[in-house]
Design a binder for this molecule. Structure first.
Ligand code: 2GW
Ligand code: MN
Length: 297
């Protein structure tokens, strides 16, 4: 029995993209130990990714929370730059969660792009604003967002797009390497270490340190992720605990237990404060400058 030519073709293509990843960026890690691609500039062909996504007729959700002063400070630039760079050519639905729907900027949107505003209540503590996102997202994924999107990305609002962020970033589950920590040795990564916390990683555990500012995947995968994190946060709360980096600590625990299918290089969420790094060729999303005195109460 011969191999069907079609599967031989796709085998060839898969091997080719694997080799391309290794050859294109020999100076960086382009594959995780469990075989997931780590996406660096030059390791993917954006046109192929675009073509494949269009054939699948996808709807991609982008969720962002803008509560309190973060709305005026960050939301307009986040959305304006997303219009220029995020999944251009695909069907996109923005989901903005805020306690002041009327204050959301009315932006002209490109064809096939929509914005929905969902009301959330304002938490008193900023740690809770950040952590409550997991529960709110989980509920939204069980509702309209979950019905209309195929894939979803969940992002911090205090950043802006600076380059094409396209369907090459799509996968079942997607994690972002943290710009400050991607080259740190494992024992130094800032995981939660208190064994009583649901977010705890013991010494020797952990693969990478992922950034809470960006994660995504299929609706189903992100539902699982947000359910896990919301439950784990609640478990800590009733025990009077709070993980070191809040939702980010729980996210890191989740991705230790459930390995991401794709990992984005720090080029996909970079901080200019780090300065020049030879391997950072083409940042696609940049951290907005923080003015803690202005936004932290
Ligand atoms: C957060 C901290 C202090 C003061 C205000 C806020 C705040 C956050 C707020 O007033 N309004 C608001 O909408 N947020 C949302 O929560 C917003 O979407 C923001 O991007 C997100 C996370 O807060 P942020 O961006 O100030 O936290 P970072 O940049 O220090 O975030 C990392 O660590 C967090 C946990 O401490 C999260 O895991 C976050 O995803 C990480 O990037
Ligand atoms: Mn942030």
């Amino acid at each position: 029995m011969g191999t069907c030519p079609l599967s031989r073709m796709s085998l060839l293509r898969d091997n080719f993209s694997g080799l391309l990843r290794l050859w294109a960026r020999p100076e960086v890690l382009t594959c995780t130990p469990w075989g997931a691609p780590i996406i660096w500039d030059g390791t993917f062909d954006p046109d192929t990714a675009q073509q494949e996504a269009i054939q699948q007729n996808l709807t991609i959700g982008l969720t962002v929370f803008a509560v309190g002063r973060y709305l005026e400070k960050y939301l307009a630039r986040f959305l304006e730059t997303a219009e220029r760079h995020f999944m251009v050519g695909q069907r996109v639905v923005y989901y903005v969660f805020t306690e002041r729907p009327a204050a959301v900027p009315r932006l002209p949107l490109g064809p096939g792009r929509q914005l929905r505003v969902e009301r959330v209540s304002r938490e008193r503590r900023w740690q809770d604003v950040s952590m409550e996102r997991m529960r709110t997202l989980h509920a939204a994924l069980g509702g309209r967002l979950g019905r209309e999107a195929d894939f979803v990305f969940c992002m911090d609002v205090d950043q802006y797009f600076s380059g094409a962020f396209g369907p090459e970033a799509l996968a079942d589950s997607v994690a972002q390497l943290h710009a400050w920590h991607y080259h740190w040795p494992l024992p130094m990564l800032p995981y939660e270490r208190d064994a009583r916390s649901a977010a705890a990683l013991a010494s020797g555990e952990g693969d990478f340190y992922y950034h809470g500012a960006l994660f995504g995947g299929t609706v189903e995968a992100v539902r699982g992720l947000t359910a896990h994190c919301a439950r784990a946060q609640e478990q800590d709360r009733v025990r009077g605990l709070e993980a070191r980096w809040h939702d980010e600590s729980h996210l890191n625990k989740y991705f230790w237990l459930h390995k991401p299918a794709k990992v984005l290089s720090p080029e996909f969420c970079w901080s200019l404060e780090i300065g020049r790094r030879a391997e950072i060729r083409h940042p696609r999303l940049l951290w907005a400058p923080k003015e803690y005195d202005l936004v932290r109460d």
